[in-house]
Design a protein around this ligand. Sequence first.
Ligand code: 0WD
Ligand code: CA
Length: 420
Amino acid sequence: MDQHRSHGSSGCNQRSSYKRGGDDGGRNRSDKRFRTIHHQSGSDPVQNPPTSQGLSTRRELYERDFPVYKQPVEVGCFSLDSGRRFFNDSRQMRYYVEPDRNPNFDLRDGYTDRFTKRDDSVKEKLDHILRWIVVNRSKLNSRSTTTSSCGLDVDFVTWRGHLTKLLTTPYETREGWSLAVTRFRDTLYISEVETEAARRERENRTERHEEMMYWGYKFEQYICADSLHSSPDPGGVVNTNEAFCTVVQTRLSDHRLLFSGEVDCRDKDSSASAPPASYVELKTSAEICTPKQRSNFHRFKLLKWWAQSFLPGVPRIVAGFRDHEGTVVSVETFHVSKISHLIKNEYNCWKPTVCMNFCSDFLSFVKCVAVEDNPSVVYLFCWEPRRDVTYTIHRDSHYSFLPHWFVQEMTNSQDSHHQP
Ligand code: 0WD
Ligand code: CA
């Protein structure tokens, strides 16, 4: 994993320009990443300050040395069963069975008679990760025995998928995002809020699109076995409620991260490396027939694939290329560490360093903006393509996402730590 140090500093003190009010005494006028935004006055729940800082997403501002990104360490895992119930174990782990290079898998098989689809109108927010934290707290707070601030020993808690969106932001031209942030006991929790555009798209998917979403899960079923000594069962039911999730800890610049991501399967060979190095990400994509298609694959798809797997340290992506009828015509393995070399010949292509520096700067921005430590306050960071990242503040609103049981559990277990 790259571990080059970045030269820029990212603390709030050096970057007073992050702070609201726009009174930076001119210190950051030369820093083009942070811009004063004049908000329109409106009647929203809580008013923005008249002026506040936004964060630019222009690529050229993030072309610095690669920031420190520590090798992610798996600190735990959990499973979600066919009814989306949480288990603090690896019961949903699946094992990789190498397919033929030209397997002719029929991805349409079982649609819709052997398919149970997760209800994606149900927003689970961070709940499963929070559940994992409550059960595994002792693994996380090493400083709790020596200091009075009995928080988790991490700066950010989130889903890997949210970080993937941050990494790809400088190159995204179509889809914006909204991320809700709450500071609680000095940890910043980041949970996505579905944008209006995303909701409309979800509610108006075509039947063709629904079926193509199934194809990805069907590919997994052709390749994954439920146990070390069994074979994949393409005759079974595809149930997208089921998930195995890894929980990893790492550091990006000076940001200590704890995040979880869904893992498709692991290498069967028990002498192979420990997780996350033994994990395999599975993907499907349209077969590549023209140079233009190859270029688009490199420029757009490999960016998303790289970002998603690089974050948790998953080293291998196995891709099934399918025709228009949903037949997998070829299978190819991509080594995540080699993807940035593969794309070097593309004109004006994406750069890993831009992705990581933008993410790092966004997290610094969040640290400086989200200052009030309060489980019911949400700082909502929003971004649309070709715009800066902006934020609004919401108290006791429908955006609040830390559940009472989590706040209570964390408060109680802290109190009990302090009893003689
Ligand atoms: O309600 C939501 N929109 C969210 C749900 C937001 C964030 C996470 N989640 C849940 C997912 O249902 C899943 O259990 O968290 C888990 C995955 O989190 P992640 O790893 O952080 O998400 P991401 O990297 O975006 O997706 C990883 C895999 C996907 O694989 P592909 O190869 O398609 O990228 O998780 C699956 C999917 O297999 N996945 C989902 N499965 C069912 N419903 C969903 C979803 N909404 N999103 C991702
Ligand atoms: Ca996958």
